[in-house]
Design a protein around this ligand. Structure first.
Ligand code: MRU
Length: 367
């Protein structure tokens, strides 16, 4: 049984249907609506539209979406192994095209591909069932990784005082518990008196809408600020530590996260406040040398020109809307993973942690 750490689940699987159940994050905090996606295309669209978002949650949703596609394939057609593989490959390709930056998406797809390959001699019905099990395993492992990140990160949090975060790296963004917010949750569970300062995170307000909502659900005190208030709040001395999630971490420690994270890290350096990244090893792209090689998603202009459906910028303006930026490793005090805290120079620690994760995976994977 999965250790649920929150009262809600961003992503889950239902055998009856079957369908992928998603908490519609576009509607939070106003409405709590669960969508039942009975088609893989619906899951793809949900990833594209940020109905489900956050690097690990995207990976889990894609794994379930691929499993769903193969469940449908074996139910509706008299499939031969070749057709099974053709549908599987095409589905993986289409999921890979949904969002470019979070490497957890590609990591989860690769896990599903490896599982499909490992079971290629089995019949198509058995393979489809095993792919559901693999997706469930990816989900369960993500929760375990978040809990371990929480254990490693909690000691880095102050016994009492302000912790600032950007975007949402909580239970909504993961299989459960969260990464950056998971560290905060674990520290609070140890009795630390943490006050969360949540950047609102324009343009899509993940901080104001989602992180603050999660804190309220858990009774963790939280103050929401607009992004341009962070410098002033740091100067006032309200913040002891900063912690955010990441979408992709290069081998040298450069870390991509929600647009505005780079600015926050610079502010922390100036004010001598430790800035931590919290992320599972599934977010580390060991084949990517530096942050310069991380693809940055650009999203539609209306996310910037409109706020809550209302136009806030004049018609005809040009818009630049990068969804992520890269924090150079020099600004990072430590990267908290499920295998401990990586420190500068980050490469040796990150390489060792990814290798450890691979060994762990090989040990738990059924023959
Ligand atoms: O565009 P989003 O909302 O998917 O961006 C999410 C973030 O930037 C998170 O901080 C990151 O994915 C880490 S989630 C544990």
């Amino acid at each position: 049984m999965m250790p649920f750490t929150s009262h809600f689940q961003a992503v889950s699987w239902s055998d009856t249907g079957p369908f992928v159940r998603l908490l519609d994050q576009r509607l939070l905090p106003g409405q709590t609506v669960y969508l039942e996606c009975g088609q893989p295309d619906e899951v793809m669209e949900a990833i594209r539209t940020l109905t489900v978002r956050g690097a690990p949650a995207i990976g889990v949703a894609a794994a379930y979406g691929i499993a769903l596609a193969m469940q449908l394939a074996v139910r509706t057609k008299d499939l031969h192994a070749n057709s099974f593989n053709a549908i599987f490959d095409e589905t993986c390709k289409r999921f890979a095209a949904t969002r470019p930056t979070a490497v957890n998406l590609f990591w989860a797809i690769k896990r599903m591909q490896e599982a499909n390959h490992a079971w290629h001699i089995r019949g198509v019905h058995e393979r489809a069932a095993m792919l559901v099990e693999e997706a469930k395993r990816i989900h369960a492992e993500d929760i375990e990784m978040c809990l371990a990140i929480g254990r490693h990160g909690a000691p880095l949090m102050p016994d009492a005082g302000g912790v600032i975060t950007h975007c949402n790296a909580g239970a909504l963004a993961t299989g459960g518990h969260g990464t950056a917010l998971g560290v905060i949750r674990s520290a609070v569970a140890l009795g630390k008196k943490i006050h969360v300062w949540s950047d609102e995170t324009r343009p899509l307000l993940q901080g104001a809408r989602l992180t603050a909502w999660e804190c309220v659900q858990d009774g963790i005190p939280v103050t929401v600020i607009t992004d341009n208030m962070a410098a002033h709040v740091l100067k006032l001395g309200h913040i002891k530590v900063a912690v955010t999630g990441a979408d992709r971490i290069a081998r040298n420690g450069d870390s991509a996260n929600k647009i505005g994270t780079y600015g926050l890290a610079i502010l922390c350096k100036y004010h001598n406040i430790p800035f931590y990244i919290a992320a599972p090893t599934s977010t580390v792209d060991i084949g990517c040398d530096t942050g310069a090689h991380i693809p940055i998603e650009e999203r539609k202009p209306d996310e910037v020109t409109h706020l809550g459906g209302q136009r806030v910028a004049a018609e005809g303006v040009e818009v630049f809307n990068p969804a992520f930026d890269v924090v150079p490793h020099e600004l990072i005090a430590g990267i908290i993973t499920e295998h401990g805290v990586a420190h500068a120079p980050f490469e040796p620690d990150l390489v060792a942690m990814v290798a450890r994760a691979r060994v762990h995976h090989a040990q738990v994977e059924p023959a």
